[in-house]
Design a protein around this ligand. Structure first.
Ligand code: AHR
Length: 336
């Protein structure tokens, strides 16, 4: 039975070599922007996973998409991936999930663009008996029983690590501005909780003088930083909830005639290649990694759930913390 799907690509017949590990440099398969395309659950015994991606807001997000599509393409003998790009809209993610339910996929996986508003569709997944994996972001407590597992980083820890880098860079006192991620996203809420909490506890003489969303995009990060620079001439450091916004802030600082990384210290999250290049150039001071290379874990976990096995409720990524000192040595290892 064919069902209508939102901007889907069925990843199939794209190579069969069995490779493992992250390959975020895989060229993204066209998901298109057409409102609907046709796809149906393939009639075979493969593991069929429906993935409702948020969109393409950051280099990190592209890295995650590439890794998932690449991994599926290397395992076409056992995996069918049905992929949708929700173009940043929760309603599109919900539509895609409902289509996956109609198709009868084995497992549904998605990164919730925001924490709230998932009860109805997750209840539908449960009623349909389809296991759900939350990928890289979480949902609010009211949905705790409505998904099987979350594979993600610890965002509170990431915010705390960023605060410690800023605390060190400023020698314990100074003025900081914060570029927040998407309003309502767990990645933004929890990084803020970790960062603000750690500063308040360990560095009471560091003040957050402004905090505003840049929606995890480079363009908005730059725009918000421009307005911060117009309002304050005494900014010592920026904490950006992701590296794309940090890179946007660097552009704004340069255009304002100041030296990023020196006059104003900059710390981000994600660990994208661009952040390492900026650190090597002396224009950024640190980044806290958030591993987007989750494909192997996602598909292994999906296979276990399909087989009726129980898995941990939270599968936490192992992330690193990097500063200018480590940047040159680490740069060649960055895959996203
Ligand atoms: O959920 C992970 C976050 O989402 C990444 O830090 C960010 O770059 C992305 O948009």
């Amino acid at each position: 039975m064919k069902k209508r799907l939102l901007a889907f690509t069925l990843i199939a017949a794209m190579g069969s070599a069995l490779l493992t590990g992250c390959y975020a440099g895989y060229p993204a398969q066209t998901t298109g922007t057409a409102p609907a395309a046709e796809a149906a659950k393939p009639a075979n015994d493969k593991l069929v996973v429906g993935f409702a991606q948020i969109g393409q807001e950051s280099g990190w997000r592209d890295g995650e998409t590439n890794d998932i599509q690449w991994y599926a393409a290397q395992h076409t003998d056992t995996i069918d991936l049905v992929f949708a790009d929700a173009q940043q809209k929760q309603e599109n993610q919900i539509k895609a999930i409902r289509n996956y339910i109609e198709m009868g996929v084995d497992v549904i996986a998605f990164p919730p663009v925001v924490e709230t508003g998932w009860e109805a569709v997750l209840t539908e997944c449960k009623e349909a008996g389809i296991p759900v994996i939350l990928v890289d972001r979480g949902v609010d407590e009211s949905c705790a029983d409505l998904y099987d597992t979350q594979i993600s980083s610890d965002f509170i820890w990431e915010g705390q690590q960023a605060a410690d880098i800023v605390g060190d860079l400023l020698g314990g006192s100074g003025k900081v501005v914060e570029l927040e991620g998407t309003v309502g996203a767990s990645a933004a809420n929890e990084r803020k909780e970790g960062f603000d909490g750690e500063l308040a506890e360990k560095y009471p003489d560091i003040e957050i003088i402004a905090s505003q969303t840049g929606d995890f995009t480079r363009a908005l990060g730059k725009e918000v930083m421009e307005s911060f620079l117009k309002s304050y001439d005494d900014i010592d450091a920026v904490f950006a909830h992701n590296d794309d916004m940090a890179l946007g802030a660097i552009e704004a600082i340069k255009e304002a005639g100041k030296k990023p990384g020196e006059d104003i210290k900059i710390v981000g999250c994600d660990g994208v290649k661009g952040a390492f290049e900026a650190m090597v150039a002396g224009e950024m001071n640190g980044t806290v990694e958030c591993n987007p290379c989750l494909a192997e874990q996602i598909f292994d976990t999906a296979a276990k759930l399909k087989a009726g096995e129980t898995v941990d409720k939270w599968i936490v990524s192992n992330d690193g913390v990097f500063t200018q000192e480590d940047a040159a040595a680490e740069l060649p290892n960055r895959t996203y």
